[in-house]
Design a protein around this ligand. Structure first.
Ligand code: SAM
Ligand code: SF4
Length: 354
């Protein structure tokens, strides 16, 4: 394996590193960290419907102690080495990345690394207003916000928190600061927000943001995912086409996870991300670094590769480069959702870094 880029055994070159900066979160999304009675009731009603005895509520995953979380210097070091090996895109995520103290300092460090072509963050938006200007000044150019509902009650049902107004305010603030594009992600769940697809598109048109609709994946902490709760990308598109004239956007990169459409008569663009029903594994070019310093080669990996231990034991950059190349080589061919052998990873989306 002689290569100066991060390539895997299936010929994919890895260019995209998602960095989770914390495993903590201030929201309790029904598809990620469900905790509220409303979330439990929702799952209970679905499980009763399929007579499935799976438990409805299990304790939330414990957060790692601070000493186990990578420092900014350690994250910067991994990013620099990744970039030397061909990584071009960095996305900061979590957990909720804005819970990490002084996150703008990390943004500043990463934005100064030559060859980082794209630096973005995914956030639930609740705390964005506190840091927006500092993040922008530090070099953050793109934001993605999660917003699953435009109805404040349904928003609370889906996120477990009262935060609708704050999130809307954050989206507007990011736009007003000139972040471009501002993306808005909605996980679409049968019986919860499938009826809001059209409203979310109208919102995107009026606010000048890009909407992304995402299929529900089995990465929730209570293991309540059911195939019946997934609204497929195909169904989302069919529903949207009853309300809007959509034109496919050409020129997407093969590694893009979203299939994109322009809403006719507007400048708005929407995307549908369908990892469950239309997997894009063959073109996946991502690696993930967890907050506690593990590399994951797939969202659904059952094993993780420790870099933190190596760094703290004194590994030099060449050793880290070699290890990162070895890890990349092990990237799985694809996920196995829907197959008999599928096993949900132990860690949830909030710990892996979505
Ligand atoms: N807390 C931030 C947020 O929610 O934007 C960043 C982390 S969150 C894990 C990143 C993305 O993962 C969000 O867009 C969220 O909607 C998505 N996500 C979380 N759990 C998911 C699931 N089970 N299926 C599909 N997407 C999920
Ligand atoms: Fe928190 Fe994001 Fe998970 Fe919601 S999706 S619980 S905001 S990490």
């Amino acid at each position: 394996m002689i290569s100066h880029v991060l390539s895997d055994s299936f010929g994919r070159i890895l260019r995209d590193l998602r960095v989770s900066v914390t495993d903590r979160c201030n929201f309790r999304c029904v598809y990620c960290l469900p905790e509220t009675d409303q979330a439990a009731d929702f799952y209970r009603s679905k499980f009763d419907a399929v007579k499935n005895p799976t438990p409805i509520k299990i304790p939330l995953p414990p957060s790692k102690p601070r000493s186990q979380i990578l420092t900014f210097e350690e994250i910067e070091r991994v990013v620099k080495i990744g970039v030397e090996l061909g990584i071009e895109k960095i996305r900061l995520t979590g957990g909720e990345p804005l819970l990490r103290q002084n996150i703008e300092v990390l943004v500043g460090k990463i934005s100064q690394i030559p060859s980082v072509k794209d630096l973005a963050m995914t956030s639930n938006g609740f705390l964005f207003h506190r840091k927006a200007q500092a993040l922008k000044d530090a070099g953050l150019t793109r934001m993605s916000f999660s917003l699953d509902s435009l109805d404040a009650d349904n928003f609370k049902k889906m996120t477990g928190r009262d935060g609708f107004n704050e999130v809307i305010r954050s989206i507007r603030l990011a736009k007003s600061l000139g972040m471009d594009p501002v993306k808005v992600n909605a996980v679409v769940i049968r019986g919860l927000n499938e009826h809001e697809l059209g409203d979310l598109v109208r919102f995107a048109i009026s606010e000048g943001v890009q909407m992304r609709f995402i299929e529900f994946m089995p990465l929730d902490s209570n293991r309540g995912w059911l195939r019946d709760l997934v609204v497929s990308g195909k169904e989302m598109l069919t529903r949207l086409k009853t309300e809007f004239e959509l034109e496919p956007v050409s020129g997407s990169l093969p590694s893009e996870t979203a299939k994109r459409w322009r809403v006719n008569g507007t400048s708005a663009e929407i995307g549908i991300i369908a990892p469950v029903t239309e997997p894009f594994c063959g073109h996946c070019n991502r690696l993930r670094l967890t907050a506690d310093g593990k590399i994951r080669t797939c969202l659904f990996s059952l094993i993780e590769h420790d870099l933190k231990g190596m760094m703290r034991r004194g590994a030099d950059d060449e050793q880290l480069r070699t290890r990162l190349r070895e890890i990349a080589w092990l990237k799985e061919a694809r996920h196995h959702i829907g197959e008999a052998e599928f096993k949900q990873p132990e860690r949830t989306m909030s710990c892996i870094g979505g």
